[in-house]
Ligand binder design. Structure first.
Ligand code: UD1
Length: 421
């Protein structure tokens, strides 16, 4: 891409990757045809479709014209799904483990490969496992698989050590078919958790407190398939918002929900941006150079860790100095070395980054190490002089459907020189 252009215009955000994948897993809880709308057209959705197919489901994906890279997934779930998910799928996408809860709840057993490490930290599964054990499952680890068995799960109280998104989701999906009442304390409060619980409620589950730290689930004997629309992707929306500020542009982000991005938008206001909540979206505009603002990542409603790389990129071209603190994933500053190649002045000390803003960055070839790091590097490329090449861009494709097309639609000078895959 060639830096210099301000992002200007309108962009439509489809459903959240991090919700759609779990909604697809939740379909396993009811035999029959579940339809999910606003599912992003990305590799992770194709992988989750394959996970479901190998469990015996029929899965189709149909893109919606003009849908901002979204489409409709139809999952036809058999009466008796199979119960094994292989390493080749879990390794390609860690979120495959979200079939563990629904499978053990519905089939009484599940065999799901252990994911191993990934590029942003160790990402344990201890809370998924201990929670399922509290619900009455027996879990053993053998030959690289987690094997869970429970003829019928039983309601219980679970206190999570940390409000883990994945553990909360797996445990909610297990508890909806358990016998009796489950209370999950210190539960994650992300909008994607609310989305999952809303869909489960429509399927007939009895869930209270989604979006708060205490979720209460009254188990039911069975659930029915539904048609459901995925919540808009707040991380994609936040990426556009930060991109607008960095490039000193003016962008209307259609379908973005301001309440899902409250802290991030507040930071952008502090940085000097104009942020306006519209009936169906958000407008973010910036005149002049932004000011550095400190950022601390925390579980929702805190600043999202998935927007941390973009926050570092923003600070890199702002006036002053910012302290960015990462509290959720230990390895998430790894991409900073790439940003430094673009001339950013960033010093890492443990889980803190000290960023001293520069007027401009200086183009260079850089390598995307994960989805969000890649998006942060692309934004940095937009404010670098000259031509920046972001390699391994397939990472970015995993979280941003039609990213290049949408960037071009906003006036960026960017092209893809290698086809996806
Ligand atoms: C999800 C999102 C990811 C986002 C993250 C935090 C998906 C597919 N991914 O990931 O984009 O960055 O939420 O908002 O939805 N942990 C444990 N033990 C456990 C579970 C988690 O130690 O049993 C730790 C992890 O290592 C990590 C932290 O808890 O340090 C947060 O993880 P979690 O909230 O579970 O994130 P994910 O669900 O993996």
């Amino acid at each position: 891409m060639t830096g210099g252009a301000a992002l200007t215009g309108r962009v439509r955000v489809t459903g959240a990757k991090n919700s759609a994948l779990k909604l697809m897993a939740a379909a396993l809880l009811a035999p029959g045809v579940t339809t999910i709308e606003e599912v992003p057209d990305i590799l992770d959705v194709a992988i989750m479709s394959e996970v479901l197919r190998r469990l015996g489901c029929e899965v189709t994906y149909e893109r919606t014209a003009g849908g901002g890279g979204g489409g409709r997934v139809v999952v036809d779930v058999p009466e008796k799904p199979s119960t094994e998910t292989d390493y080749d799928l879990v390794r390609r996408m860690r979120a495959s483990i979200s079939v563990l809860g629904p499978l053990v709840a519905r089939c009484g057993t599940a065999r799901v490969a252990l994911p191993g490490g990934d590029a942003i930290g160790s990402r344990g599964l201890d809370m998924h496992i201990s929670g399922l054990e509290r619900l009455g499952a027996t879990i053993v680890s053998e030959h690289g698989f987690l094997v869970a068995t429970a003829p019928r799960l039983t309601g219980t109280s679970i206190w999570l050590d940390f409000p883990s998104v994945g553990a909360t989701e797996n445990l909610v999906m297990a508890a909806v078919l358990a016998q009796g009442t489950t209370v999950i304390d210190n539960a994650a409060r992300e909008p994607e958790i609310v989305d999952l619980c809303t869909m489960l409620g429509a399927m007939g589950a009895r869930i209270d407190g989604a979006g708060t730290s205490t979720i209460t689930i009254e188990g039911v004997d069975g659930l029915a398939p539904v048609t459901y629309t995925t919540v808009p992707d707040r991380i994609v929306a936040g990426t556009w918002a930060i991109g607008a500020v960095m490039t000193r542009g003016d962008v209307v982000i259609e379908r973005a929900v301001a309440g899902h991005l409250a802290v991030a938008l507040d930071k952008l206001t502090d940085a000097g941006a104009q942020v306006e909540s519209l009936p169906d979206g958000i407008r973010v505009a910036m005149e002049g150079r932004p000011r550095c603002v400190d950022v601390v990542t925390l579980p929702f409603p805190g600043f999202p860790t998935d927007l941390q790389p973009m926050a570092v990129a923003l600070a890199a071209v702002s006036t002053g100095t910012a302290l960015i603190t990462e509290n959720v994933f230990e390895g998430r500053f790894m991409f900073v070395n790439e940003l430094v190649r673009l001339g950013a002045d960033v010093r890492i000390d443990g889980h803190h980054a000290v960023v001293r803003g520069r007027e401009k960055l200086s183009s260079a070839p850089v390598v995307a190490t994960d989805i969000r790091a890649g998006a942060g590097l692309v934004l940095a490329g937009l404010v670098s002089d000259g031509v920046t090449e972001v390699q391994e861009v397939h990472h970015v494709d995993r979280g941003y459907p039609d990213f290049v097309e949408q960037l071009r639609g906003l006036g960026a000078q960017v092209e893809r020189t290698q086809r996806p895959g």
